[in-house]
Design a binder for this molecule. Structure first.
Ligand code: PMP
Length: 435
């Protein structure tokens, strides 16, 4: 053990005595890749420092929110000012209107927006609203897409299209997921069959349009077009979970990307999180006025939150959105991310390691596979032990990527060309070792 990991080990041992697994969210525990999680002491720009003072180039960015990098001066200033004026009131504030207006102005499908505190809460609430607004119970989701940990969404596929899903977590009674149908991502034939069987009972289809919870898998254009058409035909709502992709893959999120490929394309409802809070607990869901007005206090669908629209979080989100709206922001971020993927691909090829990469805006994925996967089972064909060696090789060289092969990665505006080159050089060394 190097001295630099001693302090992390100490903290991990202490954490495990009092916090289950030593962490407050499972993937932080390094269970998939093995080894000791790094306890973060502080972060600045594209870097964080662990408890032993070791610096890492950060490609998880809090799993997506830190699109500006850590400690952006304008965001720190806005948060500091907001905190001085009070942490939470349980009464409405002007910044909630400003943030809802900002989101609505950038995503035209959101006529109305409600703010909540986590992506889980946003997806769960959107689902309840979809069911309340349509008067239907059944929902459709896809294997490999994650929409937070609400009971009805912790489901894997059943044994056939006529049967509904099975819980993926203990503590979720089968009856609670009996209305959730789980299909293979990008499988048009299965989608059509499912709508033929259950279309009239479906409240909604919920999808990660560019899935970041099975590394990085895009919905094909033809598949997305079919999702839209079938929802419209059968009166089911198309719910875009853009918790990860919203303001990450581009200014209008993944929906703007698909609208550029499919004329007139728009989801019915959108779930947001991560970037809109800039690293503070904030998420949202929105859609057409006619649906959103079904929510309490106007309508019969209940939803509430003590910390919803928190004044410090909204300040953080607004300051973050002000930066990403600046001209050229996404063009620069896209170019950086693509450059990183190209550099990694070239290094892998030189070492003879099977490797495929994809990215959109500041979100990326790479696979130790000869082809880009199109669904979850293809993603899971990755050689796990090889990925783990890649992960640890990079970690030892001061590069922090997601500690699991089924997670996407993130580049921030703060990453410099030098950071990307350092990363590619580190990867080139590791590829030689794992070839
Ligand atoms: N939806 C998607 C697409 C996500 O990536 C996540 C979290 N990674 C969630 C929902 C849940 O968000 P949270 O962790 O804030 O509850």
């Amino acid at each position: 053990m190097t001295p630099s990991t001693d302090r992390n080990t100490e903290l991990f041992d202490r954490a495990r005595k009092i916090i289950p697994g030593g962490v407050n969210s499972p993937v932080r525990a390094f269970r998939a890749v093995g080894g000791t999680p790094r306890f973060v002491q502080r972060a600045q720009g594209p870097y964080f420092w662990d408890a032993a003072g070791q610096r890492y180039i950060d490609y998880i960015g809090s799993w997506g929110p830190m699109i500006l990098g850590h400690g952006h001066p304008a965001v720190v200033e806005a948060v500091t000012r907001a905190a001085r004026d009070g942490f939470s009131f349980g009464a409405p504030t002007e910044r909630e209107i400003e943030l809802a207006e900002a989101i609505a102005s950038l995503m035209p499908g959101l006529e109305m927006v409600r703010l909540v505190s986590s992506g889980t809460e946003a997806a769960m609430s959107a689902l309840r609203l979809a069911r309340g607004a349509t008067g239907r119970s059944k929902i459709l989701k896809f294997e490999g897409c994650y929409h937070g940990h609400a009971d009805a969404l912790l489901v894997k596929a059943g044994s056939g299209l006529a049967t509904f899903g099975n819980p993926t977590s203990a503590g979720v009674p089968p009856e609670v997921v009996q209305h959730t149908l789980v299909l293979e991502y990008n499988n048009v034939a299965q989608l059509e069959e499912a709508f033929a069987l259950h279309g009239k009972d479906l409240a909604c289809l919920v999808i990660e349009p560019i899935a970041g919870n099975m590394n990085f898998v895009r919905a094909d254009t033809a598949f997305m077009r079919r999702c839209r058409e079938l929802c419209t035909q059968h009166g089911a709502l198309l719910v875009f979970d853009e918790v990860m992709t919203g303001f990450r893959v581009g200014l209008g999120g993944a929906q703007a990307h698909y609208a550029s490929l499919i004329p007139g394309f728009r989801p019915d409802m959108t779930v947001l999180g991560k970037v809109i809070g800039g690293g503070m607990p904030l998420a949202a869901f929105g859609g057409p006025r006619s649906i959103m007005e079904q929510l309490a206090p106007l309508g019969p669908v209940y939803q509430a939150g003590t910390l919803s629209g928190n004044p410090v979080a909204t300040a953080c989100g607004l300051a973050t959105l002000a930066e990403v709206r600046k001209p050229g922001f996404y063009e620069a971020l896209t170019a950086k991310t693509r450059g990183l993927m190209e550099g990694l691909s070239a290094a892998a090829e030189q070492a003879g390691v099977p490797f495929r990469a994809d990215s959109e805006g500041g979100m990326f994925g790479f696979f130790l596979l000869p082809e880009l996967p199109r669904n979850y089972s293809q993603v899971m064909k990755t050689d796990g032990s090889r990925f783990n060696k890649l992960f640890h090789g990079l970690l030892d060289r001061g590069v922090y990527i997601a500690p699991a092969l089924y997670e996407a990665g993130f580049v921030s505006a703060a990453h410099t060309q030098e950071d990307l080159e350092t990363t590619i050089a580190a990867a080139a060394e590791v590829f030689q070792l794992i070839a």
